[in-house]
Design a protein around this ligand. Structure first.
Ligand SMILES: [Zn+2]
Length: 375
């Protein structure tokens, strides 16, 4: 908290001026360097190709010398390819089959269609699921586990590949989370949204869209691989009212307001006057009074990958923060009340989530956190 901070508007203006001033200074010093000191730049240009060649040679030597570094570099390259071009390791392996002339063989065709075949009758689950499985070298198949997620739900996955008998004979197990949009006409329009490691680390994935989601596991051709898999889904935010839970949400998102003239752009969480309301994410706050929200707080955060969400807390009885304060998840922002147009209703927190595309339903965000089962 920064209790002695100047009012928000003045604070913001000061920052803008500073930023502009700094930028102008940097530009002029850059120009100055280029025009007034040409000699060091020229000699630098002559030296640079040699230096680069040396560094590159050293890097190649190191990668040849250290197999573990080479593996890291390969992992990094694969991850980068996946993130930049949306190519998964499974796609890379499929491409290798094509290059080897195997893709159109009966084996290759069976390998490529394995996920689609398994996807026709996937293992389905609702909130949590754990299983152990195994792929045998004489079968060509994928294992698929499917669920439906709403925007704002958190999906947790932990995948552990069974320890292989020897490290050199280790063959790859490809695993990823795929999504099919809720309004998709094509039942096979699955797209990879996250790769999964096989080292037993918990992966957290927050759904940015409603849709069907599935975990697809598939080993290389002729591989013998066992695995342990655990999955759970739940909310992605901590509950904004201390001691309250989903059952205390009295009025949901989209309910009619003012005789249908507008819609409810949040949820109402009922609690006793004076109950603390807390930050659902790290960020900066701005307070306000008056209007239909009465005493309210805006919390801005870069989290959730939805273009920086803003959280709206309305009808507060009192504040515990001031505009411009930086807060951490769980910090008390204020206290439940019925200020603004809630004057005639029992005390409650009106809680809203706004993305750059407008308000979204907070309910899936506020469900109980995922509870990952032991696998
Ligand atoms: Zn409300």
């Amino acid at each position: 908290m920064q209790p002695d901070q100047t009012p928000a508007a003045a604070d913001t203006d000061a920052q803008t001026e500073n930023a502009a001033g700094t930028r102008a200074d940097e530009t002029s010093s850059e120009n100055g360097a280029e025009t007034t000191t040409p000699e060091p730049v020229t000699s630098g240009r002559q030296a640079r190709p040699w230096l680069l060649a040396l560094l590159l040679a050293a890097l190649i030597a190191l990668l040849a010398y250290r197999p573990d570094w080479r593996a890291d570099a390969a992992t990094w390259a694969r991850t980068t390819a996946m993130q930049t071009f949306n190519i998964s390791p499974r796609d890379v392996y499929a491409a290798r089959l094509r290059i080897a002339g195997l893709a159109d063989s009966a084996l290759g065709e069976r390998w490529r269609s394995a996920a689609a075949r398994a996807g026709e009758d996937p293992g389905r689950f609702s909130t949590r699921y754990a299983t152990r499985g195994r792929f045998e070298p004489d079968t060509i198949e994928a294992h698929v586990f499917q669920t439906a997620l709403e925007r704002g739900e958190r999906f947790q996955v932990r995948l552990l590949r069974d320890a292989p008998a020897c490290t050199d004979c280790r063959s790859a197990l490809y695993a990823d989370i795929q999504r099919r949009d809720a309004d998709s006409d094509d039942p096979n329009a699955w797209a990879t949204v996250r790769m999964l490691g096989t080292d037993g680390e918990v992966v957290n994935f927050v759904a940015e869209r409603d849709g069907d989601y599935r975990v697809v596991l598939q080993p290389e051709l002729a591989a013998a691989v066992g695995y342990q898999l655990a999955m759970a889904r739940g909310g992605s935010l901590s509950f904004p009212v201390t001691g309250a839970a989903t059952r205390d949400i009295g009025s949901g998102f989209g309910a009619p307001r003012d005789g249908g003239a507008r819609k409810h752009h949040g949820v109402d969480i009922f609690a006793a006057r004076g109950t603390p309301v807390t930050a659902v994410a790290d960020g900066r706050v701005r307070t306000g009074t008056g209007g239909i929200g009465g005493k309210h707080v805006w919390l801005s955060s870069g989290m959730l990958g939805i273009g920086g969400a803003r959280y709206y807390y309305a009808h507060l009885d009192a504040f515990n923060v001031e505009s411009g304060d930086s807060v951490s998840t769980g910090d008390v922002l204020g206290y439940v009340g019925n200020t603004g147009n809630a004057r005639t209703t029992p005390p409650h927190l009106h809680f809203g989530i706004y993305t750059s595309f407008g308000p979204v339903d907070p309910a899936p965000f506020l469900r109980p956190a995922p509870d990952l089962p032991e696998s």
